[in-house]
Design a protein around this ligand. Structure first.
Ligand SMILES: CC(C)(COP(=O)(O)OP(=O)(O)OC[C@H]1O[C@@H](n2cnc3c(N)ncnc32)[C@H](O)[C@@H]1OP(=O)(O)O)[C@@H](O)C(=O)NCCC(=O)NCCS
Length: 142
């Protein structure tokens, strides 16, 4: 199946919200609205009117870019959609002049990102997002 990646397709943020839920992530529609509004770019694939792949970019547009929130709908995983989104984004941003691409992922996705052309290096992060989430889970469990 041929999937077409579009840049800044004017997505409805509720579609991104639905896709987040479909991949098992938490979601807040208002946060998704702001994310689409504020990101440097986003890349998406729609099939039969449904958003099946999404990736957004935080960037200065001339040097560095963070690839964020990559998601492929479970019904379309392992068909090359994620790889296509990442490679298209890297190609397009390279044309913009970006030279340094980074992202954060779990160990299990090392094979995927290696296939997308990434070198695996050490990095440091402060992850308040997951801290908030874990604290909320701990409170619920108490
Ligand atoms: C991770 C994700 C984006 C991959 O997208 P995808 O379209 O399924 O990936 P592709 O079909 O392009 O995969 C290409 C190759 O990467 C590797 N790969 C893909 N998903 C993998 C996984 N979950 N674990 C290990 N390797 C994986 C495989 O080698 C695969 O080739 P193969 O299918 O021939 O074995 C998708 O599984 C997803 O949306 N997951 C939920 C959200 C998520 O975790 N996003 C990543 C945030 S960092």
């Amino acid at each position: 199946m041929e999937f077409r990646v579009k840049r800044n397709a004017g997505l409805d943020y509720l579609q991104v919200h639905e896709l987040r839920l479909a991949v098992g992530w938490t979601s807040d529609p208002e946060r998704q609205r702001k994310e689409i509004e504020n990101c440097y770019s986003n890349f998406s694939i729609v099939s039969q009117g449904v958003l099946i792949g999404y990736l957004n970019i935080i960037s200065d547009g001339v040097s560095d870019a963070l690839l964020n929130n990559l998601m492929v709908h479970p019904d379309y995983q392992r068909k090359g959609v994620g790889t296509k989104l990442v490679k298209t984004a890297v190609d397009e941003l390279t044309r913009d002049g970006v030279k340094f691409f980074n992202l954060v992922f779990n160990d299990e996705l090392v094979p995927f990102y290696k296939k997308c052309g990434f070198h695996i290096m050490r990095s440091g992060i402060i992850d308040l997002w997951n801290n908030e989430h874990n604290e909320a889970v701990a409170e619920t469990a108490a």
